[in-house]
Design a protein around this ligand. Structure first.
Ligand SMILES: [Zn+2]
Length: 357
């Protein structure tokens, strides 16, 4: 049943989202990318659907595809909720507005990559770009190992990674790789040197609620970390005990923190959620990333290296391109009925808890 809500391509996901939101009579907004095109040459857009009053003081924000290809999951949950009479009735009765933002990074979604049209990791892009970027010496050290010239990677790189993990541990390696870096534009987890199109567009979407929103609950769907089909709630926002306490009150003791070292995720820079403080300064934020597990973490990392290599080698043979793109999609989207059912069930529960609070 849950399978109906999920798609096989960005275009299909976009059409399903638009159809489901239209069928509910929701207010729709489409922000078309001015330059980038999809993998099949199609138009790319960030789409919004709002249920409930435009001037609501309480806003529940559900966002998908900050990391492109991870959007197969988040889009599926969004479409499932738009088809869910029980959820919609609870939302309408709550008096809150529910804002669905579909495909924050439509380029990555369409091309089956985690980064955007500029190789930017959108969830590392929300730093103050007028100031010197955060340094990341640990990434600089592992970059040559991760982003080599060969694919499959050569023995030296692999031996270097194995040595790093043996000496410093797997989590230290994960933190070095994934924390966010601003020095290597062709590297992994690059946060960019200016606000990306998605960053600027999301800010506009949020700013439209500035005059009224006083409480914002933001659920941002991700995949690629943790056990298969298991959703981990990770507080999204500042290192702030009051925020973590609000998230814990909303979702129970299951909320993990990248600041307290309780999450499967390492500490990160430039998070999406930081946009809320600037665009909705009067609103109290309770935010989480809902991160669903797919494959073992080292397999996911290998897929990211493949994506990165492909970016740097646009002339790779067609068969290799297709194989590597598929490897990336499989690492962030388990195209299986049991996984989709787990994702929808947990996504729905988390959204209902936000409405109940
Ligand atoms: Zn993600």
């Amino acid at each position: 049943m849950s399978e109906l809500h999920f798609a096989q391509s960005y275009g299909e996901a976009r059409a399903k989202f638009f159809a489901a939101a239209s069928a509910q009579g929701l207010a729709l907004e489409r922000h078309i990318h001015p330059a980038a095109r999809g993998a099949d040459g199609e138009e790319l857009s960030l789409d919004c659907a709002r249920l409930g009053p435009a001037q609501a003081e309480r806003l529940v924000l559900l966002t998908s595809a900050a990391h492109g290809v991870e959007g197969f999951c988040g889009s599926g949950v969004q479409v499932a909720l738009l088809h869910d009479a029980g959820f919609l009735a609870r939302a309408r009765a709550s008096g809150a507005a529910v804002l669905f933002v579909h495909a924050l990074n439509p380029y990555g979604f369409s091309h089956w990559g985690r980064t955007n049209e500029d190789n930017i990791d959108l969830n590392r892009n929300f730093v103050d770009h007028s100031r010197p970027p955060p340094a990341n010496a640990a990434y600089a050290e592992v970059h040559p190992l991760l982003a080599g010239a060969q694919w499959p990677p050569d023995q030296d790189g692999e031996a270097g990674i194995a040595r790093y993990i043996a000496e410093r541990g797997q989590f230290a390696f994960q933190a070095a790789v994934t924390g966010g870096q601003y020095e290597f534009p062709h590297g992994l987890f690059f946060g960019g040197r200016a606000p990306s199109w998605s960053n600027r567009t999301l800010r506009k979407v949020l700013a439209a609620h500035r005059a009224w929103a006083r409480r914002l609950c933001w659920i941002d769907f991700h995949t690629g970390l943790g056990p298969y089909g298991h959703g981990e709630l990770i507080q999204a926002g500042r290192d702030d005990d009051a925020e973590l306490a609000r998230a814990t009150a909303m979702w129970g003791g299951l909320v993990k923190s990248i600041y307290k070292g309780t999450s499967a995720s390492a500490r990160l820079e430039g998070l999406l959620a930081f946009a809320a403080y600037e665009e909705l300064p009067q609103a109290e934020l309770t935010g989480c990333a809902l991160e669903f597990g797919t494959l073992p973490v080292m397999q996911v990392l290998q897929a990211l290296r493949a994506e990165n290599w492909l970016r740097r080698h646009p002339g790779a043979p067609q068969a290799q391109r297709e194989a590597l793109r598929r490897q990336v999609r499989d690492a962030f989207y388990c195209d299986a009925a049991d996984w989709k059912a787990m994702v929808v069930e947990q996504g729905r529960a988390v959204a209902l808890q936000a409405l109940a609070a």
